[in-house]
Design a protein around this ligand. Structure first.
Ligand code: SAH
Length: 376
């Protein structure tokens, strides 16, 4: 099956149905240009940027550093909105998952995973995914559209609302890290992801450093270099197999960009050092990729790359054609990788009870629509 099995719809732009311009998702330069278009000097756009991204303000009326008539004029031309919440769920372990609804009715999930007073937000880059990795639930969703930059930033702003983290706290944040590991392949929506991450990293706004952002890719080789050079975020690679034969089968993008090319791109990744290692994600699938020989082959493959290996126990979903490796087998595998000098933490599944764990995300609305169609 080709990776392009699903039709991919473009992301919406910042013009709203009511004629106003949505501010969230405009770059600094675009905001300044939009303000210049109505005769406002650049410092006004900087003030509004601070209100929107540092203070989290959505109501122009409350932007008290602006004159009253200016607030009114801005509200006529611009809007600052959040995605709607279709549903929020909280796991017994504290993980929270939100199904967010975009203005066109499309839905995506994002997940907050708290840990010792800090926490990561797992952010989606697309509605659905074109990749069809065999063990991933998202890949079974048919409807796919790129998210706009504002819809990606909107997930972070929504989580900040929920966690009560405005204005941007200098430290002690519950939302301290971002992982681009939700629905979608971020490097297939690079422009919007890059724009969103630049907004998120901006020091006068949300201010999450590139060192606290990890972008995960199934291996869109031609985009990896750009990601390193332009964004400088940490890189995670969904490897999951040590031979092209197996990887072709479970991660079909491998047919386009095989393992050797992928690892070469990792060797050349700007900024990969011992302090900023590349993470190889490896989902443990019983009898498929979890043998002792696989573990030895893995450490040979990644030799010379500053790396760690994140072993992910396979998370089941309804109808999944795989089983998770036994704890014993995962421990054996981890020991071999560890002995070879690579940290090999086993990722503790979080939020499994609410289908929020790795590979379990899918917009319920789509499931529902498909089942409705089946009935009709
Ligand atoms: N498309 C990107 C971003 C998604 S990240 C990528 O592939 O990297 C989601 C991570 O969870 C990936 O490493 C993915 O391979 C892994 N994953 C997918 N399904 C899983 C499942 N059922 N159990 C455990 N991990 C899974």
């Amino acid at each position: 099956m080709s990776a392009e099995k699903h039709a991919l719809m473009a992301a919406p732009d910042n013009s709203r149905a009511d004629g106003r311009t949505e501010i969230v998702g405009l770059s600094r330069e675009e905001l300044a240009a939009a303000f210049a278009g109505i005769g406002l000097p650049a410092f006004r756009s900087r003030q509004v940027w601070h209100w929107v991204y540092h203070r989290g303000e959505t109501d122009f009326e409350k932007m008290t550093t602006l004159a009253k008539d200016l607030r009114k004029a801005l509200a006529e031309k611009f809007a600052v909105t959040r995605p709607g919440i279709a549903r929020g769920q909280k796991s017994l372990d504290g993980t929270q998952k939100w199904l967010l609804k975009m203005p066109d009715g499309q839905e995506v999930e994002c997940v907050h995973i708290p840990e010792d007073g800090r926490g990561a937000l797992c952010v989606s880059s697309q509605v659905g995914c074109t990749l069809t990795c065999r063990f991933c639930h998202t890949g079974t969703q048919r409807l796919v559209r790129n998210l706009a930059a504002g819809e990606i930033v909107g997930q972070v702003m929504h989580a900040r609302d929920q966690l009560g983290e405005w204005p941007s706290p200098p430290e002690g944040r519950l939302l301290s890290n971002i992982v681009m590991m939700g629905m979608g392949e971020p490097l297939y929506n690079y422009d919007n992801v890059a724009k969103a991450l630049k907004i998120v990293m901006d020091n006068e706004g949300i201010a999450i450093s590139r060192r606290r952002i990890t972008l995960s890719t199934a291996g869109v080789v031609p985009m990896i270099r750009r990601c390193g050079a332009e964004l400088g975020v940490k890189l995670a690679i969904s490897l999951h197999a040590v031979t092209d034969e197996i990887r072709d089968r479970i991660v079909p993008i491998n047919r386009k960009y095989p393992i050797a090319e992928l690892l070469q791109a990792c060797r050349e990744y700007p900024g990969a050092t011992n302090a900023r290692r590349i993470t190889f994600e490896y989902t443990m699938l019983k009898g498929v990729n979890d043998s002792v020989a696989d573990a030895h082959a893995l450490v040979k493959l990644i030799a010379g790359i500053p790396a760690k290996v994140n072993l992910i126990p396979f998370n089941a979903w309804p109808g999944a054609p795989f089983e998770c490796s036994s704890n014993n087998q995962i421990a054996k595998f981890a020991a071999i990788v560890n002995d070879a000098g690579y940290a090999s933490p086993v990722r503790t599944p979080r939020g499994r009870d609410i289908l929020a764990a790795c590979g379990q995300l899918k917009s319920d609305s789509v499931k529902q629509r498909i089942s409705e169609r089946a009935v009709a």
